[in-house]
Design a protein around this ligand. Structure first.
Ligand SMILES: N[C@@H](CCC(=O)N[C@@H](CS)C(=O)NCC(=O)O)C(=O)O
Length: 208
């Protein structure tokens, strides 16, 4: 059994979408980051950086439990456990990991900063808002050009790179991006939105 510690945010939803896609049995536990529950000692023991998501798999490697934090590491781990959503070919695998790292290193941090300056600071710092909204738009441009003539981000197939990116694109209105301006991203987004596991994973931890 896998225990998922999460909240209703893009990083948390990457893990729940993946668990749903893999049809792995799991229990979702709410860590209310608005109330500071991410700083509780029990949670810090599995996620020392006080961030969701984190998982504990009671059936980890060598028949021992394993705990993991960092959503990218969780996705790679679950791919390894199930053999799903990471291509088997060496070329395809690194293509997917490359786009996963792009999400982890660029999309998440930049969109997150845009949300901070727009929502938390309520536009009090125009420089911050402008910088991160512009950076978000640049990243949409990168993705839109890449998706021209391609169904998914990597290796012609649905991978953990797509799973990692989807919940951030789902917040496009938060960072003031009009999907109509990025038609290839919109087509990709609509395709993924129709996957039942994506719908279910996006509802965790509030509706499960
Ligand atoms: N790089 C981390 C980022 C995780 C992250 O930033 N999680 C946010 C919610 S989306 C969080 O837990 N924030 C709590 C806090 O800032 O104290 C990952 O991808 O797992």
């Amino acid at each position: 059994m896998i225990d998922l510690y999460t909240w209703g945010t893009p990083n948390g939803r990457k893990a729940s979408i993946m668990l749903e896609e893999c049809a792995l049995p799991y229990r979702a536990h709410q860590i209310n980051i608005g109330k500071g529950e991410q700083f509780a000692p029990d949670f810090l023991a599995i996620s020392p950086s006080n961030r969701i998501p984190a998982i504990v798999d009671s059936e980890g490697p060598d028949a021992r439990p394993i705990s993991l934090f960092e959503s990218g590491a969780i996705l790679v781990y679950l791919s390894g456990k199930t053999g799903k959503f990471l291509p088997r070919s060496v070329r395809g695998k690194y293509e997917a990991l490359q786009w996963l790292m792009w999400q982890m290193g660029s999309v998440g941090p930049m969109f997150g900063q845009a949300h901070h300056f727009i929502r938390a600071k309520k536009d009090e710092v125009p420089y911050g808002t402008e910088r991160y909204v512009n950076e978000a738009k640049r990243l949409y441009g990168v993705m839109d050009r890449h998706l021209e003539g391609r169904p998914y981000l990597a290796a012609g197939q649905y991978t953990i790179a797509d799973i990692a990116t989807f919940p951030w694109i789902a917040r496009h209105e938060w960072h003031r991006v009009d999907l109509a301006q990025f038609p290839n991203v919109k087509r990709w987004f609509d395709t993924l939105s129709r996957r039942p596991a994506v719908t279910q994973g996006m509802a965790v931890p509030f509706l499960n």
